[in-house]
Design a protein. Structure first.
Length: 383
């Protein structure tokens, strides 16, 4: 058996959608992108959504929209992908890394409070694996300190915090449509916001800072004349990507149900394994179930996490680790002096985490095989 860590869920609809776009002759940002933005915004219930070429670009332009400047500070959890913090560095601002909660790997509210300074401008909570952060507490801090909240929702379509879909809570929310994410366009991203001015600014910045509807200049009713209003970026989405996104959006509920089903299956399978800790379930939140982040208890096993992963690999089960905390990477250590003693809970989680395969095309046989192999290795090495 070979079970890869991830396979994108692509069907005839994605293929024919892309073919239609190729045949239409309009390849890059145009009618499909506009349609994808409208349908995405209406799906999550935000006033507006702006499509870009990656989740990283989405985060970068969200920080441009709030006017981040050199010397500002932005609070970011250490348990994330480098994109969340690197965009802060683009501004010569400082990503202030903070610790996470042991049980969810989401940003710790206490750690945010400790990290506040007069230079703090924003908080970027990451909904780890698709489970929303404690948004009431984070919003309260932001309100009382005058900070912006930009959500990193790269894992979180669809997800709900209480009765609110992710994408409608913070000032701006950034999604990723990278190949491994819950909705994919190969590469791509989206910023959702209720603030019309920010949405317009992001629309302008994603296409060279050119004034309104620049993409229309090559359409029938378009004009050759345009004006550059500021120094922008080449961050636009293509209609090829958007047509994939539209097909993915059509089956988003199905894909979510499949991942939820697999997650609940693993939970039941591992419930009696003493040295395994299944992902925490928050009663007031709905996770997108993007990741199934199992934790092992190394104190109850004769092997460590890395060996556990190696044994799974020998059985043909692909896994991953989300994430290597940012403070452990040479860049963040050297540029900002971060060090492990400040992040005990992220360090604790990092030694234990194994992300198991979870994607809609996994069969019953696949999921049973993964669960059996995990239990077999657990049984062999339990102290
Ligand atoms: C994937 C990811 C990103 C970056 O998205 P890209 O589309 O790859 O640029 C940002 N944050 C997190 C938490 C991610 O997992």
């Amino acid at each position: 058996m070979e079970i890869p860590f991830h396979k994108p869920y692509l069907c005839e609809e994605e293929i024919s959608g892309v073919m239609d776009t190729l045949r239409s002759g309009w390849l890059t940002m145009g009618p499909k992108t506009v349609e994808f933005e409208r349908r995405f915004a209406s799906y999550i219930g935000s006033a507006d959504a702006v499509a870009v070429n990656s989740g990283t670009s989405a985060l970068h332009l969200a920080l441009k929209a709030i006017g981040l400047e050199q010397g500002d500070e932005v609070i970011v959890p250490t348990m994330t992908f480098t994109a969340t913090a690197e965009v802060v560095c683009y501004f010569n601002a400082k990503p202030v890394l903070v610790d996470v909660e042991k049980k969810t790997c989401n940003i710790s509210v206490q750690a945010i409070e400790k990290a506040l300074s007069p230079k703090t401008k924003a908080i970027i909570p990451v909904h780890y694996g698709g489970l929303p952060c404690d948004m009431d507490a984070i919003t309260d801090i932001a309100k009382s300190e005058g900070l912006y909240v930009i959500e990193d929702a790269a894992h979180s379509i669809p997800a709900w915090y209480k009765d609110r879909p992710v994408g409608t809570i913070g000032d701006l929310t950034c999604f990723s449509f990278y190949a491994t994410k819950p909705l994919t366009t190969g590469e791509g991203g989206m910023v959702s916001t209720d603030n019309g001015e920010w949405a317009e600014r992001i629309r302008r910045l994603r296409l060279h800072g050119i004034g309104k509807d620049a993409w229309k200049r090559y359409s029938k009713g378009g004009s050759w004349y345009y004006e550059v209003m500021e120094s922008g970026y080449k961050y636009n989405m293509t209609d090829i990507q958007a047509s994939m996104g539209l097909s993915q959006l059509d089956k988003i509920e199905y894909m979510h149900n499949r991942r939820r089903y697999i997650s609940e299956f693993y939970d039941r399978e591992f419930a009696d394994s003493e040295a395994l800790l299944t992902p925490y379930i928050c009663p007031d939140r709905v996770s997108s179930n993007h990741l199934y982040a199992l934790k092992i208890k190394p104190e109850a096993l004769s092997i460590d996490r890395n060996t556990f992963i190696e044994r799974l690999r020998e059985k043909g089960v692909g896994t991953s680790v989300h994430f290597i905390p940012l403070h452990k990477h040479p860049f963040y250590r050297e540029a900002f002096g971060y060090n492990g003693t400040d992040y005990p809970d992220a360090e604790w989680a990092y030694e234990r985490l194994i992300s198991l395969p979870i994607y809609p095309s996994m069969s019953e046989y696949d999921t049973q095989y993964v669960a059996d192999m995990v239990k077999e290795i657990h049984g062999k090495h339990k102290k």
